[in-house]
Write a protein that binds this ligand. Structure first.
Ligand code: MN
Ligand code: MN
Length: 292
């Protein structure tokens, strides 16, 4: 009996040791990074650290800069939707907050501008599709609620939203536990998409444009600081452009990969403008299939 108790103690101590070690944050060796900081703990960084792709400002109604703690957005008054949303994602943004589902008008739009309301989407055949996803901002209820502001929402074909686009969102988050942080820029292009009720160029009596495509750029970095300066010719960049229709979901998001250069030609924006031009030239022409 005494031997058994001793054995139990040993097994318990051993198991506890494994458990405690498993709880320690993974340390990524810093030797490959030029960053001077010694810390590799995930932090929250500037949502616009890689640059303002369209030169959005508060003086241009169709390229109107909206800076929120959770993301930065360029709103287009004549389209009634965002041109793009940019955000940083690391595990420092993640938590256990529940999805608030608090879709509501964005009260920070200038007075006199139309602010979309939840009922604008009712019976249109289009989902209220997030640009910055709910699951990327769940550390606190108010942070999650910010993703439900209707300036961050676009009319999106339901199958596009719930399958292809969602799988890409899940992929972004799966990069985090492997010692990465990411920057994401997501936006809209064109007019005319096909939802559950067929083709439409606008909803809500013309107030909200239905985009033709939703595009996204994901920049993957090992956790660290001084991020724009760490982007090198080897940095992974995943770019996609996915048509806003139901049949988009017939193929996985990997079927829609493209280059940043192609998205720059399409939109007229300059992505990653805070990255040195010689590095942009190299990495913006690359097509990453998202296989690693
Ligand atoms: Mn969605
Ligand atoms: Mn660029």
């Amino acid at each position: 009996m005494k031997d058994l108790n001793q054995l139990k103690t040993i097994v318990l101590a051993f198991g506890l040791g494994i458990l405690l070690n498993g709880c320690l944050p993974t340390r990524i060796p810093k030797s490959t990074s030029p960053s001077s900081s010694g810390s590799t703990e995930p932090t929250r960084d500037d949502n616009l650290a890689l640059g303002n792709p369209s030169g959005a400002s508060v003086s241009d109604p169709n390229n109107y800069l909206m800076v929120k703690p959770e993301y930065v957005l360029a709103y287009n008054q004549s389209r009634g939707i965002a041109n793009w949303v940019s955000w940083h994602l690391s595990s420092a943004w993640k938590g256990d907050s529940r999805r608030t589902n608090d879709f509501r008008p964005d009260a920070t739009l200038p007075s006199g501008w139309y602010a979309a309301k939840p009922s604008d989407y009712t019976n249109t055949g289009f989902d209220r599709g997030h640009l910055c996803p709910s699951d990327d901002r769940d550390a606190a209820p108010e942070e999650n609620a910010a993703t439900f502001l209707l300036t961050n929402i676009v009319p999106q074909a339901p199958k596009h939203n719930r399958e292809t686009w969602k799988n890409l969102e899940d992929y972004e988050r799966q990069l985090l536990p492997n010692g990465n942080e990411v920057y994401v820029i997501a936006g809209t292009w064109g007019a005319g998409g096909t939802g559950q009720n067929g083709y439409a160029t606008t909803i809500a009596n013309g107030r909200l444009t239905v985009p033709s495509t939703l595009w996204k750029i994901i920049v993957v970095l090992p956790t660290g600081s001084d991020d724009a300066a760490r982007i090198s010719s080897n940095t992974r960049i995943i770019a996609v452009n996915i048509p806003n229709n139901q049949s988009a979901a017939d193929k996985p998001w990997r079927a829609y990969v493209t280059s940043v250069d192609d998205l720059e030609s399409l939109t007229g924006y300059d992505f990653l403008s805070n990255v040195p031009a010689d590095i942009q030239r190299i990495i913006e022409k690359r097509i990453d299939g998202g296989n690693s």
